[in-house]
Design a protein around this ligand. Structure first.
Ligand SMILES: Nc1ncnc2c1ncn2[C@@H]1O[C@H](COP(=O)(O)OP(=O)(O)OP(=O)(O)O)[C@@H](O)[C@H]1O
Ligand SMILES: [Mg+2]
Length: 337
C-alpha cells in the first residue's frame, strides 16, 4: 500500500507574525515524525497541497492520503482538502468535510453540543463592531474572548480574559481585524482543565488516558488558562501536563462519557481531542480538535498515546487502521444516522 502524507503550504502569508510562523514550524515537525513511522510499514511519499496536488497523487497512484492539512485560508479551511479528495475518490485519514466543518467553528460546535444536552460554556458571537453596541452592560463577567475558528491558542492572549465591558470591546475590536468572524465571548469556566484523546469511529471508539493541564505552578499574576503566550512559555512559565490525570472513578467516567458524546455529535473520525473544563465538578466541553497536533512527545495526544502504552507508532497506525476499516465497510457507514 502506498500512503501520501498531504501537507499545507505555509500559512505565514495569511496569518502574519509569530502565530503563523509557529504553525508552519509545527507542521513541518509533524510531517517528519509521521513520515518516519509510516515508512516502516508502507510506501510513503510527502505531497504539498498546492494547485497540482491531485495530479501528483494520481500519478503516484497512492492508495490513501494521511491528511495533515489544516488549510490556510477561509472559514471552512479544514474541510477543503477532504472535499477535493472525496470528489476525486481518494481515501484519506481523519474526519470528513462534515466533522471538520462543524468542529473548526466553535460557535457552530457549541450550538450542536447545547442541542444534544452536552454541557458547553454560554457564549455570544460578534461578527462586526456594531454588534458590540447591542451587548448588555451588566453581562456576567469574567468572559474569555477568542476567535471561533483558530487553534493552538492563536487569538487567545493573556488579555483575552476580561472583567469589564471596556476591555471586552477593545479586545473584540482588535481580534475582528485579524481573525475570521465571529469572535466569541465565552463564559469563563474556572475549574480544572482536561483534554481527552479519542480514537476510532462511532461504535468503535476508544479513549486514551485523560491528560490534565495544570496551572497550579503558575504565579498569582498569570491567568490560569492556555493563552498563546503561555504556550510559548511566557516569562519562562508554563503549565504542566499530567497524564494520566488523577481522578476518582466517577469523575473519570463522566469526563470520558462527555468526550465520547461530543466526538460523535460532530461526527469526528479516526482521531480527535476533546477539551474540557470542570464547572462545579461537572465537565463542560470547550471545543473539539478534529485534526489534533501530532508532534511526537510534544502534542497532547502523543503524550496520551505514550501513557496508554501504544506509543507514537501505535497512535499513527491506529489512525490508518481506523480509516482503512471505514473504507472497507463503506456503504454500511452511510446507512447509520
Ligand atoms: N470558556 C472557557 N473557559 C475557560 N478557559 C477557556 C475557555 N475557552 C478557552 N479557554 C482556555 O483557552 C485555551 C485555548 O482555548 P481553545 O481550546 O478554545 O483554543 P484552541 O486554540 O483551539 O486550542 P488548541 O490548542 O486545543 O487548538 C483552553 O485550553 C483554556 O485554557
Ligand atoms: Mg483547545
Amino acid at each position: 500500500m502506498k500512503i501520501a502524507i498531504l501537507i499545507d503550504q505555509p500559512r505565514k502569508n495569511y496569518l502574519p507574525g509569530e502565530e503563523g510562523k509557529r504553525e508552519d514550524i509545527q507542521k513541518r515537525k509533524v510531517v517528519r515524525d509521521v513520515q518516519e513511522v509510516i515508512s516502516k510499514r508502507f510506501k510513503c511519499i510527502v505531497v504539498t497541497a498546492d494547485s497540482n496536488f491531485i495530479l501528483k497523487l494520481q500519478k503516484e497512484q497512492v492508495d490513501m492520503v494521511f491528511n495533515l492539512c489544516n488549510g490556510i485560508r477561509g472559514e471552512t479551511r479544514l474541510a477543503q482538502i477532504p472535499a477535493i479528495l472525496e470528489f476525486f475518490n481518494i481515501p484519506y485519514t481523519g474526519s470528513s468535510i462534515l466533522g471538520h466543518t462543524l468542529s473548526i467553528n466553535k460557535a457552530v460546535s457549541s450550538r450542536i453540543f447545547k442541542s444534544k444536552g452536552i454541557n458547553t460554556p454560554n457564549f455570544l458571537s460578534i461578527y462586526e463592531e456594531a454588534d458590540l453596541d447591542k451587548l448588555e452592560e451588566d453581562m456576567d463577567f469574567p468572559v474569555i474572548i477568542k476567535p471561533a475558528d483558530e487553534g493552538s491558542s492563536r487569538g487567545i492572549h493573556q488579555d483575552s480574559l476580561v472583567y469589564e465591558i471596556e476591555s471586552l470591546r477593545k479586545k473584540v475590536k482588535e481580534e475582528l481585524k485579524i481573525y475570521n468572524p465571529p469572535i466569541m465571548i465565552n463564559e469563563y469556566i474556572d475549574g480544572r482543565e482536561f483534554t481527552v484523546g479519542v480514537l476510532g469511529y462511532r461504535n468503535d471508539m476508544q479513549t486514551l488516558p485523560i491528560l490534565e493541564i495544570s496551572y497550579d505552578n503558575l504565579p498569582d499574576h498569570l491567568p490560569k488558562f492556555s493563552s498563546f503566550e503561555l504556550k510559548c512559555h511566557y516569562d519562562g512559565y508554563r503549565s504542566e501536563d499530567i497524564c494520566p490525570a488523577t481522578l476518582d472513578n466517577e469523575l473519570e467516567k463522566q469526563i470520558v462519557d462527555t468526550a465520547k458524546r461530543a466526538y460523535n455529535a460532530l461526527d469526528i473520525k479516526d482521531y480527535g481531542r476533546v477539551d474540557i473544563r470542570l464547572k462545579n465538578g461537572v465537565p463542560y466541553v470547550l471545543e473539539i480538535n478534529s485534526l489534533p497536533g501530532l508532534v511526537r512527545g510534544y502534542s497532547d495526544i502523543t503524550k496520551m498515546a505514550e501513557a496508554a502504552g501504544i506509543g507514537y507508532e501505535g497512535l499513527i497506525y491506529s489512525v490508518i487502521n481506523s480509516a482503512l476499516e471505514r473504507y472497507s465497510s463503506y456503504g454500511k457507514e452511510n446507512d447509520v444516522v
